[in-house]
Write a protein of this length. Sequence first.
Length: 144
Amino acid sequence: MQVTRAEEYAIIGLLYLARQPAGRLVMIDEICDAENIPKSFLAKIFQTLAKAGIVRSHRGASGGFALARPPAEINLLQVFTGVQGAFVLQKCVTEDPECVVSHERLRSCVLCAVFNEAQTKVNEVFSRTTLADLLRALPEPVTA
């Protein structure tokens, strides 16, 4: 399991939006220029996040993106699942498990219990970590 580039860019883009004054709409170009993210990639990511209810988008000359909820109400697990769907460590922790071992051994696989425990812990960390938490952890901008 690895956080994908899309999920990483989603967090970077969302943090950019979270640092904006309330109600300010931000164009994709601005975020991409400031954060050095490919525009077409972030545009697709934000479309997915809009469908997941994490960002809201407005079309037109004065359009752009903004967070759909306050940063304290958006956690990492919501972002990761919004971008990629189910966030799983291993296929055996899904509702439709697939295992590298044969189906006969799936029920008795000792690794499944370990993966389930690890998945629970990862979900706990990601679900309690919000954009607001990440904002607080960011270093203060350097002013000249």
